[in-house]
Design a binder for this molecule. Structure first.
Ligand code: GLN
Ligand code: ZN
Length: 764
């Protein structure tokens, strides 16, 4: 018999119950007990509904109120000093680590967040040093295993493996120079031993241990650590399903195959080509192979025939008892259920599978591979065959105009007319900005009123004209505010945008939208990625009207604001039938037309946000060059259609530039703004080292938390920046957009930002 398995499930709940409860708890509207209860209800529903779909291995313990890496840190006592002894409950310490806290005399910033591999999910980075005392503060895996059991569901608990946990951690400020978190492995393993021993006594037969680091090139140098970890853990643990995802194992399989584990999970959605090598490596071992056949990263219905073919190959080599059919990764990156979508057409609905539908898919594929003659299984196979055929038919249609335009892209279209040094002079005259110009990243607080107006428009309670008037009023307020506090390069505030990707998707051809398909980005922040289903083109201007209006009510120059092609692609669910490169270039051409239209309308600076360029980087280095070529070309294509006097900006919400630096330079944006405060500006040295030549605005404060940075704090930051970067290149701005913030802290923070810039102008 071939078993089936789901590696992890969305945490939000079909009706966003968990998000709502977490936010209500933060607002002091419900108690910790109410929050626990809301979470328990959602977990129970998830477990029972996965079970009802016939899945054999059901995950538990991967649920989280904020982030699963943060859960591990908190449970292992990896709590930075600044959060301890503040008189907070353990739950509030946990949330303070995730989002910072500024209330009742407590003032602590949030911990650093990083993108979870190549996804748009962010994890909270644990901080460790030589003095870290690991101990098991609580055993979440055991608690949730028991919770599921009490709900009548026997689960396979999920934990993050010790090597991945440490590799994902960073050295704390107290650590000595050169300290490597992985050096703590032998100190950490006893805690995992306790965790796993308890899990076994609680009756868990299997445990899923995630070691996603195994798909990276860097894992090749961790053979010793992996061997010692799993030799220590496997004798006392339940049967271990060593789980990898998002890419391929390549030569790492040589040492993985020798690890004393009962099972190995591989991602065949991202890397189907690795199956043969993995089979060959484990054939003579007793290892059970879990095949990630149903994508945990997209929303397309699985092609059963293709999955069965791969599954059969594994069965032929290993035997049915050594094969499990699974989701490729956790389903965390997919929405809960297609059943919540009421507005998709029947044709569209037939293309997709969300988390619950995917659970049914693994069960059906496993049943088919087990030779089931069950009528329901036969019917499901037939239905799948029909819908896949229909989708293929739809996919074979294309927009010839767009396809031809992409095929005709020339190298000249990618380059600005003059080099940066020449443009800089022309733009300085044209824009007339002071030294250390101040600006923001685009959005201003998305207030309740804004969200209500949008909702009313959606329900037809106000007319388009009324809504447009409302947006104009908002823009005017934001413009006046910026002029009042003395910002130099203004923005319109993005009040008309529900989301930086969805807003563009809705105005472009080729996208489909959902009502309820929320996917976690970080903490309680969820996004609803649009779905690219066909060729993309721009029927007409998308932002010109609002940017022109903003400029018309402003005395200072206005910066137009667009989301870049790579980011729209990465934060959408892309098509699986054509390359990402083709989709990105189609988006780039649409944006190029928009940029040209904005310049024609009198806008003199345009920011094209590309916060997702880094996260879209393939996990394996050998795939980088190809990606960076088309990704950077797409950005250039979208921005290079303008005259020299137009100042192009781009924005990135991260700071890991070390390894992609030449590509950042190759973008040739006149100004880039980057996240810099959470990561302690460590990246600036990289810019210096490489001699980055264009202008740069390293964020002077973190916007992910309501905390207000002091005036002195920002001055210190600027001083530190100016010790590294040339005066003539520095812009002053926050880390990112302000849409998730309230007005109160926004005003206080920006006033401090402006005053720090004024101080810098006098001092430098
Ligand atoms: N312009 C966008 C904003 O300010 C950028 C957001 C982002 O980088 N994630 O909201
Ligand atoms: Zn950002």
């Amino acid at each position: 018999m071939v078993a089936s398995s789901v590696l992890g499930f969305p945490r939000i709940g079909a009706n966003r119950e968990v998000k709502k409860a977490v936010e209500a708890y933060w607002a002091g509207k419900i108690s910790a007990d109410d929050l626990t209860k809301a979470a328990a209800d959602v977990k129970k529903t998830s477990w029972t509904s996965i079970k009802e779909r016939g899945v054999d291995f059901i995950p538990s313990g991967e649920f989280s109120l904020y982030d699963h890496v943060l859960d591990h840190a908190a449970s292992f006592n990896v709590v930075p000093k600044r959060y301890v002894n503040q008189g907070l409950s353990p739950l509030d310490v946990y949330f303070a680590m995730g989002r910072g806290r500024q209330a009742d005399g407590v003032d602590v910033p949030a911990s650093e967040m990083k993108k979870w591999f190549d996804s748009n999910y962010h994890f909270v980075v644990p901080e460790v040093d030589e003095k870290t005392e690991f101990k098991l503060n609580f055993n979440k895996a055991v608690e949730e295993f028991k919770e599921a059991k009490a709900a009548g569901v026997s689960t396979r608990p999920v934990i993050l493996g010790p090597v991945s946990f440490l590799v994902l951690s960073k050295a704390s400020k107290e650590a000595s120079a050169g300290f490597q978190p992985i050096s703590l492995l032998s100190k950490l393993l006893p805690v995992y031993q306790t965790l796993l021993t308890d899990l076994k006594s609680a009756g868990a037969e299997w445990v899923q241990i995630d070691e996603p680091i195994l798909v990276l090139d860097s894992a090749a140098s961790l053979e010793k650590q992996y061997t010692s970890a799993y030799e220590t853990l496997s004798p006392i643990a339940p049967k271990i399903m060593l789980t990898t995802y998002f890419s391929r194992l390549d030569s790492n399989i040589n040492f993985i195959a020798k690890l004393p584990v009962a099972g190995l999970h591989i991602d065949l959605d991202r890397a189907p080509g690795q199956l043969d090598d993995v089979i060959a490596a484990i054939k003579s071992t007793p290892i059970i192979l879990s095949l990630g056949l149903v994508s945990g990263r997209n929303i397309w219905k699985a092609d059963f025939a293709a999955a069965i073919k791969l599954g059969q190959k594994a069965i032929d080599a290993l035997g049915a008892d050594r094969v499990i059919v699974a989701t490729s990764s956790s389903l965390l990156h997919t929405p809960v259920t297609l059943a919540s979508e009421k507005k998709l057409t029947a044709e569209q609905k037939d293309w997709f599978s969300f988390a619950l539908e995917k659970a049914a898919e693994v069960a059906t594929i496993a049943a088919a591979l087990s030779g089931s003659q069950d009528a329901a299984v036969t019917a499901a196979l037939e239905a799948n065959k029909t819908s896949i055929a229909k989708r293929r038919e739809f996919e074979s249609t294309s927009d010839d105009t767009v396809r031809k335009r992409v095929a005709a892209i020339t190298p000249e279209q990618l380059e600005r007319k003059s080099p940066f040094a020449v443009r800089k002079e022309i733009q300085a005259k044209h824009l007339n900005l002071p030294k250390f110009p101040t600006t923001t990243i685009g959005s201003f607080p998305q207030t309740k009123e804004i969200r209500q107006a949008r909702a009313k428009l959606g329900k037809g309670e106000i007319t388009n004209e009324e809504y447009d008037k409302f947006i104009e009023k908002e823009i005017e307020t934001v413009v006046q505010f910026q002029e009042k506090i003395g910002l130099d390069l203004l923005v319109h505030g993005e009040p008309e945008r529900n989301d930086m990707v969805q807003y563009f998707g809705e105005q472009l051809n080729g996208f489909v939208f959902t009502q309820n398909a929320w996917v976690q980005s970080y903490g309680s922040r969820y996004v609803r990625p649009p779905i690219i289903v066909s060729d993309v083109s721009r029927p007409g201007p998308m932002t010109v009207r609002w940017s022109s209006y903003a400029q018309s009510v402003a005395k200072k120059p206005m910066k137009g604001m667009l989301t870049g092609p790579v980011t729209i692609l990465n934060w959408s669910f892309p098509r699986a039938d054509v390359s990402r490169e083709l989709q990105s270039k189609q988006l780039a051409l649409a944006l190029r037309d928009e940029v040209v239209d904005l310049e024609k309308a009198g806008i003199s600076a345009i920011q094209v946000d590309e916060p997702a360029i880094r996260e879209g980087l393939p996990l394996r280095r050998s795939d980088w060059d190809a990606y960076l070529k088309w990704a950077v070309d797409s950005f250039k294509l979208s921005t290079a259609g303008v005259t020299d006097q137009l100042q192009t900006h781009s924005h990135f919400c991260y700071s890991d530039f070390d390894d992609i630096f030449p590509s950042i330079q190759r973008l040739d944006a006149d100004v880039i703004s980057i996240e810099a405060s959470k990561s302690d500006m460590k990246l600036l040295n990289t810019f210096k080292q490489y001699g980055y030549s264009n202008q740069i605005g390293p964020g002077v404060y973190d916007i992910h938390s309501p905390r207000v940075p002091g005036d002195q704090e920002i001055k210190d930051r600027l001083a530190a920046m100016l010790a590294i970067l040339p005066d003539s290149l520095l812009f002053v701005n926050p880390d990112c957009g302000l849409k998730t913030r309230g007005w109160k802290e926004t005003e206080a923070s920006l006033v401090n930002l402006v005053s720090a810039a004024q101080w810098a102008r006098k001092t430098y």
